[in-house]
Design a binder for this molecule. Structure first.
Ligand code: SF4
Length: 64
């Protein structure tokens, strides 16, 4: 089970993070710009990272 906190921490540390600005045509991208998290990343799909960076970044977080 992944917490919001982890999604946020991983998003901040992840080299692959790319903000998904075009979520269903919404013009107010401000909220997603401010909140870096896997949940606002274009690679986040079906509650997992579709380029498999999540586990790697999470592991490196745990080691520090
Ligand atoms: S979804 Fe994947 S690429 Fe995007 S921030 Fe999370 S771990 Fe990184």
């Amino acid at each position: 089970m992944v917490s919001k906190m982890q999604l946020h921490s991983v998003g901040e540390m992840c080299p692959g993070y790319l903000a998904a600005h075009n979520v269903s045509g919404m013009s107010s991208a401000k909220a997603s710009e401010d909140y870096v998290s896997c949940e606002t990343c274009v690679h986040w799909e079906d509650n997992r990272c579709n380029i498999d960076l999540f586990d790697k970044v999470l592991t490196s977080l745990d080691q520090t």
